[in-house]
Design a protein around this ligand. Sequence first.
Ligand code: CP
Length: 333
Amino acid sequence: MNGLHPASVPIAARQLDGDGRLIHFLSPEGLSRDILEGILDTAAGFIDENDEAVKKAPLLRGKTVANLFFENSTRTLTTFELAAKRLSADVLNINIRTSSTAKGESLLDTLHNLQAMLCDMFVVRHAESGAVHFITDHVAPGVSVINAGDGRHAHPTQAMLDMLTIFRKKGSFEQLAVAVVGDIAHSRVARSEIHALKTLGVKDLRLIGPTTLLPESFAELGGQVWRNMQQGLDGVDVIMMLRLQRERMAAALLPSRREYFNHYGLSEERLKHAKPDALVMHPGPINRGVEIASSVADGTQSAILQQVTYGLAVRMAVMSIVLGNNRQVGSPR
Ligand code: CP
């Protein structure tokens, strides 16, 4: 075993080896700017400048990657699978619904059985915040874990693909005004984005939403809280819209979807409050007409599908970095 971490061990330390190198990717929280920029640089290297396609590489030849998704996914699961294949790894997509989890097998037993098949990496999505940390604490030396989204806690590769999209469209972070809008309270994407944006140097970070979805305490993460969307969007360079995450709401926190769109939906009219070249982003899946108008999601300022394309490069980067670092630990794998 890698050695269990008590709860007091900071999140950053759980994903680094003794020399400070990234061997798991659980959250951008507490990671250095150098590490985050290293991921962006490596991802950029996978992108062919001419057509922005992602190149194939043999970096994970002979390695086995297991995708363990205990929660639904379209973008993350498929881009992780594609990324592993582009890196020449063997890929196992474990269907949790038809696996022995349905017969009562525990998470640890599933993990140990997959390790017995000499898997080198687990990419894990789980509805419980912290489940991925638990797995990380129990994998064998030389095995890496990547968090593909745990509860409302973290979605680190989504944050990094968003950072890559911003960097390639805007060229830097320091001078940007960035708005994150919507259901921030339930969003693992928002938490990871806020950590990444702050570490990469964004100074004007605006968090916009109603009190029920954005408690005042979120200002402690480093953003300024706005209740009025028009005012919050004034002059921003980037707008990151979030999905209403009803599956994580304990009770109805909104009068209606229509009411929500009226106050916090990104319409063409509201978009005019941002800079004329402001980038519109959304991690997906989109609820059209709830948090964003179709005309904006499909409009000229939208980078939503570009985010998905860059997701492939970022996931290739993260997989090659963590396994490359972990290999050097001295594992026989
Ligand atoms: N953005 C995102 O995580 O999408 P999926 O749930 O489809 O993976």
